[in-house]
Design a protein around this ligand. Structure first.
Ligand code: ZN
Length: 235
C-alpha cells in the first residue's frame, strides 16, 4: 500500500513499515525510486507503483542510500524488470554493488564482533551508473539533495526532497514502533560517527521526517529529530 507523504512523494512499505522505499514523481511524471528493499521486494514495489498509476517503464532512476541488503537486495531485479538506466549511490559505497557485498562492521563493539562471525549477507550484484557526492542536488522531482551521513556505512546518504521539505534519513535514524533509535551498532561501520553525522539534519529545512525503518513523522519531523538528538546528547 503506497502512502502519500506530500505532493510527489510516496512511501512504499515492502515489509510492513519495517522496511520502506520511496517513490518520487518527476515533472514528466516518471519515477525516481529511493531504495529497493530486500531481495524479492520488486514484486511488491511494482504492485504499489501500479496503485499510484505507475508502471515499470515509468521508473527511470534508482537512488540507493547505502549498500546493505535490506536497501539494495531488490535492486538488481528492479533494474531488470523496469529497464532502469540511472542507478545512483554515494561514491564511497559504490564499489560494493558490482560485487554483491555489504560493508565491513564496527568490530570495536561487541555486537559488531558477533555480527562479523555471521555469514555475510550478499545480494545479486548490479552496476552503479552515477556516483553521488555530498551536497549534490539530483535533478528529480524538484530536486533531491544528497546529505552524506557516514558512519552507518562509509557512503551512507540521507536525502532531502526540497519541494515537499521531506527528509529521508535512510539508516541514520530508525523510527521502528514510532520511537526513534539509532541503527544497531553491529550493523554500522563506525557507530559513533553515524550518531555524530546525524547532527547535519539540524542545518536542513524540512518538516516531514521519513525513515527506511518505521513510519514517517509529518510536519513536526525536524523538531522531533532535534529532541531525539538532544536526548542522546548529540546536540
Ligand atoms: Zn543499513
Amino acid at each position: 500500500m503506497a502512502i502519500k507523504i506530500a505532493k510527489n512523494i510516496y512511501r512504499l512499505p515492502t515489509l510492513g513499515s519495517f522496511i520502506n522505499s520511496y517513490a518520487l514523481i518527476n515533472d514528466d511524471s516518471s519515477i525516481t525510486l529511493v531504495d529497493c528493499g530486500l531481495k524479492g521486494s520488486s514484486k511488491k514495489l511494482i504492485k504499489d507503483l501500479a496503485r499510484i498509476g505507475k508502471h515499470t517503464n515509468d521508473v527511470v532512476n534508482i537512488v540507493l542510500t547505502h549498500a546493505h541488503d535490506d536497501h539494495v537486495g531488490g535492486a538488481a531485479r528492479m533494474i531488470k524488470d523496469c529497464g532502469v538506466k540511472n542507478v545512483m549511490m554515494h561514491q564511497e559505497d559504490s564499489e560494493l554493488p558490482p560485487t554483491g557485498k555489504t560493508p565491513a562492521r564496527d568490530d570495536s563493539r561487541l555486537s559488531g564482533k558477533i555480527m562479523k562471525l555471521l555469514p555475510e549477507r550478499s545480494y545479486e550484484p548490479f552496476a552503479i551508473t552515477k556516483k553521488l557526492k555530498d551536497g549534490e542536488i539530483i535533478n528529480t522531482a524538484g530536486g533531491l539533495k544528497v546529505i552524506h551521513t557516514p558512519g552507518h556505512t562509509d557512503g551512507h546518504i540521507s536525502l532531502l526532497h526540497l519541494e515537499s521539505e521531506t527528509l529521508i534519513t535512510g539508516d541514520s535514524i530508525f523510527n521502528m514502533t514510532s520511537r526513534m533509535t539509532w541503527a544497531l551498532s553491529g550493523f554500522c561501520v563506525n557507530y559513533k560517527q553515524s550518531q555524530d553525522t546525524a547532527k547535519k539534519f539540524l542545518d536542513l529545512d524540512f518538516k516531514n521526517a521519513c525513515f527506511t525503518h518505521g513510519p514517517e513523522i509529518r510536519d513536526s519531523g525536524k523538531s522531533r529529530i532535534k529532541q531525539f538528538l538532544s536526548k542522546k546528547g548529540i546536540y
